[in-house]
Design a protein around this ligand. Structure first.
Ligand code: HEC
Length: 103
């Protein structure tokens, strides 16, 4: 019996560790996927065409990112953003937008 309890608490600790790890994901860590094109502070026009992200509100950024995902926003190079944003959930998009709006 004791052994089962020990095993259960180890499993519990492992599960907790995993969820804390997932929880530690934040806008800054997600933004690492963006800085190559948009600049460390969102200051660069990506591939010479996008507006700089810096200075935009979290609300606008969220709208634009959702627009790429649902096909209602974008210019000539939008395919890049459409493909990239497929990997991000709505929650992650909000985290990204909040992070970028603070640059
Ligand atoms: C491979 C280069 C590349 C990467 C990486 C990239 N972007 Fe972009 N991004 C672009 C390009 C190019 C555009 C302009 C696309 C178009 O023609 O609409 C753009 C446009 C945008 C816009 C719209 C800007 C505006 O005001 O019109 C947002 C918001 C954006 N990107 C956010 C992100 C975020 C957040 C990430 C990281 C998850 C990211 N991008 C990663 C190249 C990139």
């Amino acid at each position: 019996m004791k052994r089962i309890l020990v095993a259960l608490s180890i499993t519990g600790a492992l599960l907790l560790g995993t969820s804390l790890y997932a929880f530690s994901e934040d806008g800054a860590s997600l933004y690492k996927a963006c800085q190559g094109c948009h600049g460390a502070q969102g200051e660069r026009p990506a591939m010479g065409v996008s507006l700089p992200l810096k200075g935009q509100s979290a609300e606008d950024l969220t709208k634009k990112m959702h627009g790429y995902k649902d096909g209602t926003y974008g210019e000539s190079k939008k395919a890049i953003m459409v493909n990239l944003l497929k990997r991000f959930s709505d929650e992650q998009i909000v985290m990204l937008a909040d992070h970028i709006a603070k640059f």
